[in-house]
Write a protein that binds this ligand. Structure first.
Ligand SMILES: Cc1cc2nc3c(=O)[nH]c(=O)nc-3n(C[C@H](O)[C@H](O)[C@H](O)COP(=O)(O)OP(=O)(O)OC[C@H]3O[C@@H](n4cnc5c(N)ncnc54)[C@H](O)[C@@H]3O)c2cc1C
Ligand code: FES
Length: 270
């Protein structure tokens, strides 16, 4: 269990990843494990969960897509502005003894997977990263992944980099060619569901990060509980292994909003 803390920190640096995503850098040695998140207080707005990323000791980052009121407010902040943090929280990814392993990320998913890739490379495991995005500008952390020595399999919706199509298709083809010891996926839930189905079918152990609406972040409000077991995704999750995932009936079908109302994913059967 990592030591949980509350602290306020100034933004040290801001990296513009693309039109919708920025990375905020902080000078602080965050004691976390891959897959964990931090509740981030955006003054005057709200407190929101983000995956923790760190490239070197003494520094951590959050990579944020501007999707709504709080994240847009965060995007308007400058170097030196203060943010509040509670955490780290949540369950963590676990590595096998040997590789190769596959990491499949969509959207900002690479944020929760970056330190898993880093740890795996430090243990000399072969790491295959299946990175998908709408276009080449939205492929996150490309240079950092190259530096780690990960094997990259890129895909974009518009074909501007790598395969024209989805990373799920690229991954499925690769599964036919080689055996992965373990698979990890973070991204839109429909993508995660497709990866889960491939892994279940091919008997490959895997872990997903399952995001649910989080308020307290440490298990007391019940906002992030999943049906039918009531597991809290801020404590028993967000990282869930493939066997346990079979018992989460809402996976790939629906999630709950801030008020607890069920909201179905558009392409999921009701
Ligand atoms: C464990 C975890 C890790 C995450 N890591 C990242 C990350 O690394 N980078 C990133 O850009 N985003 C991440 N998110 C999602 C991020 O928390 C939401 O995008 C953000 O809270 C949206 O807030 P908003 O006010 O801008 O948008 P809103 O308009 O309030 O919501 C936009 C979308 O974000 C979801 N959302 C809003 N508030 C929360 C909340 N408190 N908890 C969970 N989902 C919420 C909503 O359901 C909706 O789908 C993560 C979420 C979780 C649960
Ligand atoms: S966010 Fe409160 S129990 Fe998980």
């Amino acid at each position: 269990m990592k030591h949980e803390k509350s602290l306020a920190l100034p933004i040290k640096n801001i990296i513009i990843e693309n039109e919708r995503v920025k990375t905020f850098v902080f000078e602080y040695d965050m004691d976390f494990a891959p897959g964990q998140f931090v509740m981030t207080w955006i003054p005057g707005y709200d407190e929101k969960p983000f995956g923790i990323v760190s490239r070197k000791k003494g520094e951590f980052m959050i990579t944020v897509a501007a999707v709504g009121e709080s994240t847009k407010a965060l995007h308007s902040m400058s170097v030196g502005d203060m943010l509040g943090f509670r955490g780290p929280f949540g369950s963590t990814f676990s590595l096998p003894e040997s590789g190769p392993i596959a990491l499949i990320a969509g959207g900002y998913g690479m944020a929760s997977l970056f330190n898993l890739a880093k740890e795996a490379r430090e243990k000399k495991l072969d790491v295959h990263v299946f990175l998908g995005a709408r276009n080449k500008n939205e492929l996150l952390y490309l240079d950092w992944m190259k530096e780690l020595g990960a094997e990259l399999h890129l895909s974009t919706d518009d074909g501007s980099a790598g395969y024209k199509g989805f990373n799920v298709q690229v991954f499925e083809k690769e599964v036919g060619k080689q055996s992965f010891y373990k698979v990890y996926t973070v991204g839109p839930e429909i993508m995660e569901m497709k990866i889960a189905q491939i892994c279940w079918k091919n008997n490959i152990p895997f872990e997903v990060s399952l995001e649910r609406y989080m308020k307290c972040g440490f298990g007391i409000c019940g906002s992030c509980s999943v049906d039918p077991k009531g597991w809290r995704m801020c404590v028993e999750g967000p990282v869930i292994d493939g066997e346990k995932l079979k018992q989460i009936k809402e996976f790939g079908k629906y999630h709950r909003t801030a008020s607890g109302k069920i909201e179905h994913y558009s392409s999921a059967k009701k």
